[in-house]
Design a protein around this ligand. Structure first.
Ligand code: ADP
Ligand code: MG
Ligand code: MG
Length: 240
């Protein structure tokens, strides 16, 4: 079953065609990667699915759970259970850690705070009374942001290069959150430049110059990280 169906999606922004005739089925409960060289349109695709302003004037159809969502606002899409995690997450200075973690959660239960902290490897007893402020290290902040994504239980999680600029330890926690959410039924669209991150996916799409030029099971798509990139040599595949 498809949670998300994209049909003949095109987007022109400031006179430039950024997405061209994209069709994709995002199967419910699977982790799908989107790979492709810099400038391929990966972030644009995620922002278009989320419906951010400037990314709404599209051709084609985006269906979520069978419903056409082209005309829904970001808030309406969020209420359906679609969440976008940016490369650089937003900062909420001063909120308590529990308030921050529960901000986007449907169920505001404190046990969920503890569970989410544990999933990202933080001791609830040490972090429950902390605030999201300068006293947290970069790594702690990243983990608490991941805990908030976990607590949100999105139906569709769009992650844009979640590994960029994070240490090895945090990458493992990103993987844990993806696995735990998948086990609870979340569908994930995972944008990445990294073969290691791609290995967390079941399936992948290769995006080049705004078009899907290949798709397939993760293990075959890993070949693109071994210099085998015939479908999109025109945009310099080795840089995937
Ligand atoms: P990727 O995430 O795959 O690296 P992006 O989606 O960020 O690629 O960008 C795709 C293309 O769209 C790039 O050529 C980029 O320069 C261009 N682009 C991105 N944002 C805008 C914008 N706001 N206006 C015009 N062009 C943009
Ligand atoms: Mg990029
Ligand atoms: Mg990008």
């Amino acid at each position: 079953m498809n949670l998300l169906e994209i049909r003949n999606l095109s987007l022109v922004k400031d006179g430039r065609p950024l997405l061209h005739d994209i069709s994709a089925d995002i199967w419910q409960g699977y982790v799908h990667a989107v790979i492709g060289p810099n400038g391929a349109g990966k972030s644009t695709l995620a922002q278009t699915i989320m419906g951010l302003s400037g990314y709404r004037d599209i051709e084609g159809e985006i269906r979520f759970n069978g419903e056409l969502i082209n005309n829904l606002s970001v808030d309406e899409r969020a209420r359906l259970g679609i969440t976008l995690v940016f490369q650089e997450p937003a900062r909420f200075e001063g909120l308590s850690v529990p308030d921050f973690i529960l901000a986007g959660a449907r169920e505001k239960r404190l046990v969920l705070v503890d569970e989410a902290l544990r999933v990202v490897g933080l001791d609830p007893n040490r972090y429950r009374s902390r605030a999201v402020d300068k006293t947290l290290s970069g790594g702690e902040r990243k983990r608490i942001e991941l805990a908030s994504v976990y607590a949100m239980k999105p139906r569709l999680l769009l992650m844009d290069e979640p590994d960029s600029g994070v240490d090895i330890d945090s990458i493992q926690h990103i993987f844990t959150v993806i696995r735990e959410l998948k086990a609870e039924g979340t569908t994930v669209l995972l944008i990445t430049h990294s073969g290691e991150v791609l290995q967390q996916a079941d399936h992948a799409f290769l995006l080049c110059a705004g078009q899907i030029v290949d798709k397939g099971p993760m293990d075959r798509m890993l070949d693109y990280f071994n210099g085998q990139c015939a479908p999109c040599t025109h945009v310099g595949c080795p840089d995937i």
